[in-house]
Design a protein around this ligand. Structure first.
Ligand code: SAM
Length: 254
């Protein structure tokens, strides 16, 4: 297993949204930004720009930040007028109180120092501003992801990376966020039957950090197990059930 450089997966990453655009996430982010009347909006870990694109509105000034130059280069044509900054979330290069709404989607498990990130985000938010953390925890009770059945190393890796939502709430509280609430904003619930699964965009080697972090040999071994399962039982079911949660907090207490 290797660590992931998003530059290596940038060219393939956005394909996931053709299969699953996750409209509930876009709706929820727009609602959360509108709830605080956000004029200045920052996405941390903006990747290829899927959510910034969905948040564009005449009354908002948007910016994106990501450490991967490759991901930012993919975002650029989608967001020709949006400033895109190459940086990590733990060291936000921002003036105090410079944004009204800061959000991140599927990024928290990549942060090496989430406490530092939440403190930095708290400082960068203007009074009355809000933060939103969106993500799915694939190892939480109630989640299902067939990938774990065929690539056992991936589950082990995710158990080490994904914080429980209660932990996220504790970090936010510690950083001074208040009025913390959470809700499910989108559910991915899909079952592929037999051969169909090989068309799943999330099964490609570079579609998710999970599979991208496997060695080529480990990836091929898992694919071999899936092919053997389908050969033995052509109606094998491959099920995914993932709840996307949005946790919101305001910067109003301190
Ligand atoms: C799963 S992708 C999500 C991209 C985008 N938010 C989306 O939902 O499509 C994770 C992103 O987090 C970025 N990332 C990794 N480490 C980070 C860090 N320390 N701070 C901010 N972003 C980071 C990666 O470069 C990558 O673009």
């Amino acid at each position: 297993m290797s660590s992931l450089n998003y530059d290596d997966v940038a060219g393939d990453y956005h394909r996931r949204y053709a299969q699953s655009p996750m409209p509930g996430v876009a709706r929820a982010l727009n609602e959360a930004a509108a709830a605080v009347g956000a004029g200045r909006v920052l996405e941390v870990g903006c990747g290829t720009g899927r959510w910034l694109e969905a948040l564009q509105a005449s009354e908002r000034w948007l910016a994106g930040l990501d450490p991967s130059r490759g991901m930012l280069l993919q975002a650029r044509p989608r967001l020709p007028r949006v400033p895109l900054i190459q940086a990590v979330g733990e060291a936000l290069p921002l003036a105090p109180a410079s944004f009204d709404f800061i959000y991140l989607v599927h990024v928290l498990h990549h942060l090496t120092d989430p406490r530092r990130f939440f403190l930095a985000a708290r400082r960068a938010l203007a009074p009355g501003g809000a933060i939103a953390v969106v993500g799915a925890n694939p190892v939480a009770a109630g989640s299902a992801w067939y990938i774990y059945d065929y690539f056992p190393a991936v589950r082990e890796m995710d158990e080490a990376r994904y914080p429980a939502w209660e932990q996220v709430r504790a970090w936010m509280t510690e950083a001074g966020f208040g009025q913390i609430s959470s809700r499910v904003v989108h559910v991915v619930d899909v079952t592929f039957v037999g051969e169909e699964v090989f068309g799943d965009a999330f099964l490609a080697k570079n579609a998710t950090s999970q599979l991208a972090m496997l060695s080529d040999e480990a990836y091929e071994a898992g694919m071999g197990r899936m092919r053997a399962a389908v050969a033995a039982a052509p109606l094998t079911l491959f099920h995914t059930h993932l709840e996307m949660v949005m946790m919101v907090g305001t910067g109003a207490v301190l």
